[in-house]
Design a protein around this ligand. Structure first.
Ligand code: C5P
Length: 414
C-alpha cells in the first residue's frame, strides 16, 4: 500500500482530529503517513485534546500543534495550512465536525483549514450509530459529498461502550490506503452508491487430508483493495474470500476455503448483484479423494500419487447463469487473467483470447510469476473490454489498479 518514504518527501498532509474517543487511533494514522514520507501537520479540535494530548501529536508528527485561530497569528496559520496542503484527512470526523464543515463554519483552526484547502479532503467519520443515521447527519454528509469532499462510510463493529453498529472509525491502515490513493492522483467519486458489488479474492485451498491442501500464491491483496475502494465509492460490497487479511470497512465478508464453497456463495450472491468481480485465484483442479485422516509416511496407506479432477469454472457458470436469466441481464461480470507470456503468445495476446473464451464483460490481465504481482503491493496490466476497449494500467499500487478497474466498471455500466 505504501510507497517508499522518500517518494513522498515534500508532500504536505494535514491530519485533522475531531473530539471523539477514536482520536487515539489517529496516532496510528499519523505514524503511517509520516513513515510513508509525508510532512504531517496535526490540527486537533479543542475537544480532541481532551482525549489525546498535544504532546503526543507533536511527537508523532514532529510539528507543532494548535487548535484555535489566534495561535501563531504572524504566520496566518489558520489559512496557510489549508492553502499549502496536498491532502487534508480528518479522523475521527465527529457528528459536530461534519455539521460545522457542511455549514462552512470557520470557528477554529480545523474548520478554517477545511475552508481554505483546495486539495482533496478525506473525512473518516466516527460516532454512535444513532448519530450517524440521524437525518441531520445524513444531510450534512450529502452536502459535503456534493461539495466534492470524500466522506468514508464508517466501519461497523464495537463502539465506545458495549454497543456495536455502524459508526466505528475505520482502522488507520484503511484510512491511510485512501489517503495515499488520493495523493497518488486517484479519485474516490461517490459513483457506486446503491450498487451491489460482489468481489472474490485470495487463492482457494483444495483439501488433501485434514492437515494438507493444494493452494496457490494469491495473497488476496488485489481483491481486498477492490472491495475497500468499491465500499469507499458507496457500493454495498460482499467480499467472498479465503485471504487472511483484515476485512475492509463497511464490507460484508464471507469466508471460504475451496473452489466448491466459493462457487456456491458466488452464484447465490450474484443473483442479487449489479457487478461481480472475480479476483480470486481459483484452483482448476482438486484431489479426487480427500482422506479422512492424516496421510502418514511409512504407513501402508502412504500415497504415491494424488489424482486430480477438474473444478467447475465459476466465471463460466456466472456467464451461463446470466444467459439463463438467473442473474440480472445487466449484471456486469469482471474476470481476471493471471498470465505469463510463452512461445504461443504474449501476456496481452493470451488475455485477449481468454476474454473471448470466458464471455465476461471486462477482463483484468496481469503478468504473474515468482516475485511479480502475487503477494506484492504493486500490480500492472490491461483492462480489456468485450466491446473492444483496452486500457493499459502502468505498474503502480494495487489500490490504483483497483480504482482503474472500478472506473472501467462505472464507464461500462452507464
Ligand atoms: O482460466 P483462468 O483460471 O485463467 O481464469 C481466471 C478467471 O476465471 C478469474 O477471474 C478466476 O476467478 C476465474 N475462475 C473461475 N473458476 C475457475 C478458474 C478460474 O471462476 N475454476
Amino acid at each position: 500500500m505504501t510507497t517508499a518514504g522518500d517518494d513522498r518527501r515534500g508532500t504536505r498532509v494535514v491530519v485533522g482530529v475531531g473530539g471523539g474517543i477514536a482520536a487515539y487511533k489517529t496516532c496510528g494514522l499519523i505514524r503511517l503517513l509520516t513513515e510513508s514520507g509525508c510532512h504531517v501537520d496535526v490540527v486537533p479540535t479543542a475537544a480532541a485534546l481532551k482525549f489525546v494530548g498535544a504532546a503526543t501529536f507533536e511527537a508523532l508528527s514532529g510539528n507543532p500543534v494548535s487548535t484555535d485561530v489566534f495561535s501563531d497569528v504572524p504566520s496566518v496559520r489558520h489559512v496557510a495550512l489549508g492553502q499549502k496542503a496536498d491532502l487534508v484527512v480528518v479522523a475521527p470526523a465527529t457528528a459536530d465536525l461534519l455539521a460545522r464543515a457542511a455549514a462552512g463554519r470557520a470557528d477554529d483552526q480545523l474548520t478554517s483549514t477545511l475552508l481554505t484547502a483546495r486539495c482533496p479532503v478525506l473525512l473518516a467519520p466516527a460516532m454512535h450509530t444513532e448519530m450517524w443515521e440521524h437525518p441531520a447527519t445524513r444531510r450534512n454528509v450529502d452536502t459535503l459529498r456534493v461539495d466534492g469532499v470524500h466522506v468514508m462510510p464508517p466501519a461497523r463493529g464495537r463502539l465506545t461502550g458495549a454497543d456495536s453498529g455502524a459508526g466505528r472509525l475505520p482502522e488507520p491502515a484503511d484510512i491511510a490506503r485512501l489517503a495515499l490513493l488520493l495523493l497518488d492522483g486517484g479519485d474516490l467519486p461517490w459513483d457506486l452508491a446503491g450498487r451491489r458489488v460482489v468481489v472474490t479474492s485470495g487463492g482457494t485451498r483444495e483439501e488433501i487430508d485434514p492437515v494438507r491442501f493444494l493452494g496457490n500464491r494469491s495473497s488476496g491483496k488485489q481483491g481486498h483493495a477492490i472491495a475497500a475502494l468499491a465500499a469507499a465509492r458507496g457500493a454495498d460490497v460482499t467480499l467472498i474470500t479465503s485471504a487472511d487479511l483484515p476485512t475492509p470497512p463497511a464490507v460484508t465478508e464471507i469466508r471460504i476455503e475451496s473452489a466448491g464453497e466459493l462457487r456456491e456463495h458466488t452464484l447465490r450472491c450474484a443473483s442479487e448483484a449489479d457487478v461481480v468481480i472475480k479476483a480470486a485465484a481459483v484452483a482448476d483442479f482438486r484431489p479426487d479423494h480427500v482422506s479422512e485422516s492424516k496421510l502418514k509416511k511409512g504407513s501402508r496407506a502412504e500415497p504415491n500419487e494424488i489424482r486430480l479432477v477438474r473444478n467447475p469454472d465459476i466465471l463460466a457458470d456466472l456467464v451461463a447463469a446470466r444467459d439463463a436469466g438467473q442473474l440480472a441481464p445487466t449484471c456486469l461480470l469482471v474476470g481476471f487473467a493471471a498470465e505469463t507470456g510463452d512461445a504461443s503468445g504474449s501476456v496481452l495476446e493470451h488475455g485477449r483470447a481468454k476474454l473471448s473464451r470466458k464471455g465476461c464483460d471486462l477482463l483484468v490481465v496481469n503478468e504473474v510469476g515468482r516475485g511479480t504481482t502475487f503477494g506484492r503491493d504493486d500490480n500492472g496490466g490491461w483492462i480489456l473490454d468485450s466491446d473492444g476497449g483496452e486500457i493499459l494500467v502502468e505498474r503502480g499500487s494495487k489500490d490504483v489498479m483497483a480504482a482503474r478497474i472500478l472506473d472501467a466498471v462505472v464507464a461500462r455500466s452507464r
